[in-house]
Write a protein that binds this ligand. Structure first.
Ligand SMILES: *[C@@H]1O[C@H](CO)[C@@H](O)[C@H](O)[C@H]1NC(C)=O
Ligand SMILES: *[C@@H]1O[C@H](CO)[C@@H](O)[C@H](O)[C@H]1NC(C)=O
Ligand SMILES: *[C@@H]1O[C@H](CO)[C@@H](O)[C@H](O)[C@H]1NC(C)=O
Length: 558
């Protein structure tokens, strides 16, 4: 009996030792208390949900500091998403009061201090999305718990305004736009000022994001306003150069919004837009997407008509290509999924994803024609010749369909990302550059599954691996996916810790060489990596086509 008691006491004291916790934390706005989740012996994570980093924003205004609160804020529930449209684009949900962030802090036997910090910016085409991501019951896609625990880093995820409320711009000082980017900026600055109280190192902040979030990361690195706020950045499948990431004709979009909500398009425009009911208003942008954002090729104004960031002369003082000197001290890791374009291209060419339907060469030409519109027939012919150069006289369906996916992937993601990587490396001083291609086959591909056998990593496939879902929901995945997820978390968190994905707390399967202007090395990431996973000059012929050959042709007025 006594023995049992001693054992019981020992177990109890171990249990208590395992629960290192920050308890109540002082922030600039007041004190906050999260929740401590034990993860095992001497391992736990403190989770803070819904901490305000700014006040409820005024419509079409920059975020303002939060006035603060009395007493202890219970930070145990995610805040509402920023007001946005539903999937069917017929109703809106969320709140204007949405500038909140969430924090995951891992602890060992002792309470952590001086940990590297990773701040997540969600994707969703600058149109939809939330800091916690979509969920199945209590399992949220963007829970930072696995990354925090495995990589021993602090993970923060932040809310920012999207759609009309986040990005409507009249193209002048009346409604300059970029409110969503200012929100991201305010959140990063808040983390920089407050994260030390949570055990974080403000000198070791990495921002990371996917799709529109990856482009957001890219814009944050290019803005002169970000100086000194963070050291490193990761863009997954999205950069400032993506054709969907920058709105080059915001006035036209604003006028279309005015038409749809009944506002005049003269001097009274801004005042009228500001006076509208925001809920109705957040639906007014629905004309601009004909499928899941980014806008699909069949939409004629793919480069112009979207609610996305703009060159406003303030957050972005110039075209992205002229702002890379602002990122010279930033370590930058960026890449794409090898079939990032699959989702979007199969909306443009419905036969593409259908196992029982052939895709015609004419379909490919139609897709290319939409993307090469500015250079007319000459551009189309050159581009088609390039994409069909290995077809022979009787291309198989797999050949035709994969060419279509390549076109979408190259145009929407891969080529713009290569351009950003080359620019970063060319302008870097202390900043390093790393490039990747994720080539893990889709989990939906194969015999008896919905996708063709050949489908690789589709858009957003990386999210589950980055956020460690194969560990959170082991039954939904196999060992292969756990290997891959472990590799990615190792590279990403090592990079956050040291600026080098190979060096840090976690072992990596293959040494990832730095991208240099001369070598142009990249890492091919999948579950079966080995020494041959290092590539050079990613899809160089096609990068050359889109960045050099086509732009040098005479442009037709649209
Ligand atoms: C970041 O953290 C690493 C490891 O803890 C440390 O060596 C480094 O000095 C920190 N600061 C910066 C700016 O990298
Ligand atoms: C797109 O924007 C460019 C640059 O502002 C402009 O020249 C072009 O006419 C616009 N195209 C459309 C379809 O609005
Ligand atoms: C690397 O893996 C690939 C695919 O699994 C295999 O074909 C190749 O032989 C391996 N190379 C080396 C150097 O081990």
């Amino acid at each position: 009996m006594d023995k049992l008691k001693t054992l019981f006491a020992a177990v109890l004291s171990l249990g208590m030792a395992a629960e290192a916790s920050l308890g109540v934390v002082q922030t600039e706005g007041g004190s906050v208390q999260g929740q401590n989740i034990p993860l095992g012996l001497y391992r736990s994570v403190d989770v803070f949900k819904g901490i305000p980093f700014a006040a409820k924003p005024g419509t079409f205004e920059k975020p303002k500091p939060h006035p603060g609160w009395n007493g202890i804020l219970k930070a145990t529930k995610f805040a509402q998403r920023c007001l946005q449209m539903s999937m069917l684009q017929t109703t809106s949900f969320g709140s204007e009061d949405c500038l909140y962030l969430n924090i995951w802090v891992p602890h060992g036997q002792k309470v952590s201090s001086n940990l590297p910090v990773m701040i997540w910016l969600y994707g969703g085409g600058f149109f939809v999305g939330g800091s916690m991501g979509p969920n199945f019951l209590n399992n949220y896609l963007y829970s930072g718990q696995e990354i925090a625990d495995k990589g021993n880093v602090i993970v923060v995820s932040v809310g920012y305004r999207v759609g009309t409320l986040g990005f409507l711009s009249t193209g002048d000082s009346r409604l300059p736009g970029n409110y969503g980017l200012w929100d991201q900026h305010a959140a990063i600055a808040w983390v920089n000022r407050n994260i030390r109280s949570f055990g974080g190192d403000p000198d070791n902040i990495t921002i990371f994001g996917e799709s529109a979030g990856g482009a957001g990361v890219s814009f944050q690195t290019l803005s002169p306003h970000s100086k000194g706020l963070f050291k490193r950045a990761i863009s997954q499948s999205g950069v400032a150069f993506c054709p969907w990431a920058l709105n080059r004709n915001p006035r036209k979009v604003a006028e279309e919004v005015c038409h749809s909500v009944g506002c005049p398009t003269d001097d009274r425009m801004a005042a009228c837009l500001k006076s509208l009911d925001v809920e109705e208003f957040s639906l007014s942008g629905h004309f601009s997407i004909s499928g899941t954002p980014p806008a699909v090729a069949s939409y004629p104004g793919v480069k112009n008509l979207s609610l996305s960031p703009v060159v406003d002369g303030d957050f972005l003082p110039d075209q992205p290509g002229n702002l890379f000197h602002n990122a010279a001290e930033i370590d930058y890791l960026a890449g794409v999924n090898n079939m990032d374009g699959y989702l979007f291209t199969s909306k443009d060419i419905p036969s593409l994803g259908d196992k029982n339907q052939d895709t015609l060469v004419e379909d490919i030409k139609r897709l290319l024609a939409a993307y090469t519109k500015e250079t007319g027939q000459a551009g189309l012919e050159i581009a088609f010749a390039e994409y069909s150069s290995n077809w022979g006289s009787t291309p198989t369906q797999t050949t035709i369909k994969t060419a279509a996916v390549d076109i979408g992937t190259d145009y929407l993601f891969l080529v713009p990302t290569q351009t950003a990587i080359v620019q970063h490396a060319a302008n870097a001083k202390s900043g390093r550059t790393y490039s990747y291609l994720l080539s893990e086959p889709s989990l939906l591909a194969g015999p008896g599954k919905p996708y063709h056998d050949w489908v690789g990593a589709d858009h957003a496939d990386d999210l589950q691996y980055v956020f460690g879902k194969p560990f959170t929901t082991p039954k939904a995945y196999g060992g292969r996916q756990r290997d891959l997820s472990g590799y990615i978390i190792a590279y990403w968190t090592n990079f956050a810790r040291t600026g080098n994905p190979n060096k840090g707390n976690l072992k990596v399967p293959v040494t990832w060489p730095e991208f240099t202007s001369t070598g142009q090395q990249f890492l091919d990431i999948n579950a079966k990596m080995n020494a041959s996973s290092i590539g050079q000059e990613m899809r160089q012929r096609f990068v050359h086509l889109w960045t050099s050959t086509l732009p040098s042709l005479p442009s037709h007025a649209q």
